[in-house]
Design a protein around this ligand. Structure first.
Ligand code: 5RP
Length: 222
């Protein structure tokens, strides 16, 4: 079964968690696009929808969904987003689409964060997918050198400018054995706006589209 069908399965399953009157946060990427399409078809009456990128905002607007700014709502009830990698602890690498900063803001603002992926995104150890890091343009070289001191191999994503006007470094750290520690270390570097490791705020629920159906993973409370 093609990855895209698996993505669609996971995305459509996430719709079961959406309730009328919710403030919904919507991520970015091809998996989320299936979710947006399903949301549009459902006719669900939401209180408001917060987008994690300009691309997502355009798609939501086209479907007449009640788009709002995060500052206009007290929080997000449910945030639905994809990922580039996910481990068994529901820690993620995100930002392949370059929207990691707004995505992390939405995830942190959300009461529940559901991650929707195809089966290829599940990994035993994070790190085969290079970690996207959003950096202020004037600090690009400074931050690249600091990332190398942390053991990373950064590469500028050529031609990419984020919705916030910044650049992206894709960083190969090899196997990431301590996602929490690495997230904190990268985030603390001067010039870094955000890092695409979602370990401090990981997903609460994972929906994996597979050839056989949708597998659901949640973590034990605590
Ligand atoms: C965008 C992201 C996406 O969630 C991630 O890249 C997965 O994308 P796709 O659903 O297209 O496979 O983090 O910044």
């Amino acid at each position: 079964m093609a990855n895209d069908d698996q993505k669609r399965r996971a995305a459509e399953r996430a719709l079961n968690r959406v309730r009328p009157g919710m403030v919904l946060g919507v991520g970015t990427g091809s998996t989320v696009n299936h979710f947006i399409d399903a949301l549009g078809r459902s006719g669900e009456r939401l209180e408001a929808v917060v987008a994690s990128s300009e691309a997502t905002a355009r798609r939501l607007r086209a479907l007449d969904l009640p788009l709002t700014d995060l500052n206009q709502v007290p929080g997000i009830d449910l945030y639905v987003d994809g990922a580039d990698e996910v481990n068994a602890h529901l820690q993620l690498i995100k930002g392949g689409g370059g929207a990691l900063t707004r995505e992390k803001i939405c995830a942190v603002a959300a009461r529940e964060f559901i991650c929707i992926v195809d089966a290829a995104k599940r990994v035993p150890v994070l790190g085969a997918f290079r970690v996207p890091v959003e950096v202020l343009p004037m600090a690009q070289s400074l931050t690249a050198r600091a990332l190398m001191k942390l053991g990373g191999m950064p590469e500028l994503r050529i031609g990419a400018t984020t919705d916030n006007g910044n650049v992206l470094l894709d960083v190969d750290f090899g196997h990431i054995l301590d996602p929490l520690g690495l997230e904190r270390a990268v985030k603390s570097l001067t010039g870094v706006v955000e890092v695409g490791i979602f370990a401090t705020r990981r997903a609460d629920r994972l929906l994996v589209g597979t050839a056989a159906g949708v597998e659901e993973v949640t973590l034990p409370a605590g």
